[in-house]
Design a protein around this ligand. Structure first.
Ligand SMILES: C[S@@+](CC[C@H](N)C(=O)[O-])C[C@H]1O[C@@H](n2cnc3c(N)ncnc32)[C@H](O)[C@@H]1O
Length: 497
């Protein structure tokens, strides 16, 4: 594109991309910082989180390992650019991948193009993006790729929108757009679909209950690839409406056609809260809305909106019940490494970082033998009746020691129920259940608790959306240990962001 004249088709394409992304973002996506050597930049950013970057900081803290997030962020910028120009870049408009008349790019790969081949630009870039994505997901190239894939599944994103918002272009994407764009790439959906506990539970709840779905109008809130819509159509629904704001719905439209559901499933691109529905009422709402700590990401708000606006009085919601569970764990070694570390860093105190580390919940897999107390269901949510304001709550809990041990943290997980089913379908995200991408949420206490069998820990857990970013959660645990040997009380504040 470099040598083309203003006003040509290719310049038009570039102008379009710049308008969609903002000039500054486009530059950030394709230009190295001044004086940087490309290889050094990639090597450095592949190994160490960049501390100015909110997501890298968070991921490093959450997982306690080095990560490739800046590379992934860079990839996502390029992805956004690709999606922005994809529609204009038809085979007729750009029949060959080239940079001005002087340079043509030829594609070769070991599978389908053993010889360097001329390809239309769109196809070339598509293959290139897939190849980059494969590299990022290759554990031998980026050993920490699971961190990206499981994390990005749910949260991605708003951090990159900081960069986007720094641009001055009025037509820049907003953080809201970017949130949805985090769901645009198929990799995120691959991760969710491959979570078999999750996807098989929805499949069983829908397809083993054809008597509930037969001839019903079904709304799939946040349909993604359309998987739940296709389950519902296969279960005999009269018609399914799938709604998603993300560009993944363009793929879902092709998927629905490919599987012969074109006349049964209608997919609408847009925000659930803003789209116009072809039906005034629906009989069933299906949605996979759960985030870390169940409520992180706030997508349940959207389901409640759809329920209140479209669901008939006797209508069903799949799933219909969620419970949140708390327990205590022994986690001395990891806490020492991640929290106590800041007390003495080469002889210096870094208390402010210790405080920050304590206040951020860690999303991680907890081994079941780390549990040292009983567990307690502290919150039950009936999706059919809960109101948005109930999602900010304070709930009491009581747990007791299982043996003589030390306790370093609370963990929270959630369980999901489809109780209208002929045989109720249920799955747990707890440490004793099969792995899910939600893992568990660990909340460290400031002090280590010495507990004995039957020692009582009583308290309350408060959870509410963060004031400045409602997709984040403010969590407070207020507890009191009445032990044989120890009495202790504490208030711990956390933000899941
Ligand atoms: C967790 S994914 C689930 C995708 C799919 N249902 C599945 O089970 O694989 C949630 C989807 O909801 C979409 N979404 C979230 N909030 C939305 C809203 N307010 N309006 C439309 N789509 C939304 C996201 O773009 C994302 O594709």
């Amino acid at each position: 594109m470099l040598n083309d004249n203003r006003g040509s088709k290719k310049m038009g394409l570039r102008d379009f991309a710049e308008e969609a992304l903002g000039k500054e973002s486009l530059k950030y996506a394709v230009v190295l910082p001044e004086g940087e050597d490309l290889k050094e930049w990639i090597a450095y950013h592949s190994l160490e989180p960049e501390y100015d970057n909110k997501m890298c900081k968070m991921i490093a803290k959450l997982y306690g390992i080095k990560n490739n997030f800046v590379v992934v962020d860079f990839y996502n910028h390029i992805s956004v650019l690709f999606y922005a120009v994809e529609h204009q870049c038809t085979e007729e408009a750009c029949p060959v991948m080239s940079a001005s008349l002087r340079f043509q790019y030829l594609w070769t790969d070991s599978k389908n193009h053993p010889k360097p081949t001329k390809l239309p630009a769109r196809k070339y870039i598509g293959l290139l993006m897939n190849w980059i994505s494969e590299q990022i997901n290759d554990i031998y190239v980026f050993p920490t790729h699971q961190v990206f894939s499981s994390y990005s599944n749910r949260l991605f994103i708003e951090m990159s929108s900081d960069n986007m918002q720094a641009t001055t272009n009025k037509k820049q994407m907003s953080s809201k757009d970017y949130y949805f764009d985090s769901y645009a790439h198929f990799g995120i959906h691959e991760e969710m679909l491959k979570d078999q506990v999750r996807t098989n539970s929805y499949r069983d709840a829908i397809m083993k209950n054809k008597h509930l779905f037969k001839d019903k109008i079904v709304l799939d809130v946040g349909c993604g690839t359309g998987i739940l819509s296709m389950f519902a159509a296969s279960a005999g629904a009269k018609h399914v409406i799938g709604v998603d704001m993300s560009n993944i719905i363009d793929k879902a439209k092709l998927i629905v056609q490919e599987n012969g559901f074109g006349d049964k499933i209608t997919l609408l691109k847009g925000k659930m809260e803003e789209i116009e529905m072809p039906y005034k009422q629906v009989d069933i709402i299906i949605s996979e809305w759960m985030g870390y700590f169940l409520l992180y990401e706030s997508m349940l708000d959207t389901v409640l909106y759809a329920r209140d606006k479209y669901l008939t009085e006797e209508g069903l919601v799949f799933p219909d019940k969620a419970t949140m569970v708390i327990a205590g764990i022994e986690d001395g070694q990891y806490k020492e490494k991640k929290i106590a570390f800041w007390e003495n860093v080469y002889g210096f105190k870094m208390t402010c970082i210790k405080e920050a580390a304590l206040s951020e919940p860690l999303v991680d897999v907890v081994e079941s033998d780390a549990i040292v107390t009983s567990s307690c269901v502290f919150r039950e949510i009936d999706i059919k009746t809960v109101r948005k304001e109930d999602l900010a709550f304070t709930a009491p809990f009581k747990i007791s020691g299982l043996q003589k041990d030390y306790m370093h943290a609370f963990i929270v997980w959630f369980d999901i129920w489809f109780s209208y089913c002929h045989k109720p379908v249920y799955f747990s995200t707890g440490p004793k259940a099969e792995y899910t991408h939600w893992k568990q949420t660990v909340l460290y206490t400031r002090d280590t608790l010495t507990i004995s069998k039957n020692d009582q820990i009583e308290g309350t857990l408060t959870c509410k959306p963060n004031n400045s970013n409602p997709r984040d959660l403010d969590i407070t645990i207020d507890y009191k240990l009445e032990g044989k040997d120890t009495k202790h009380s504490e208030t711990c504040n956390y933000t899941l962001c």
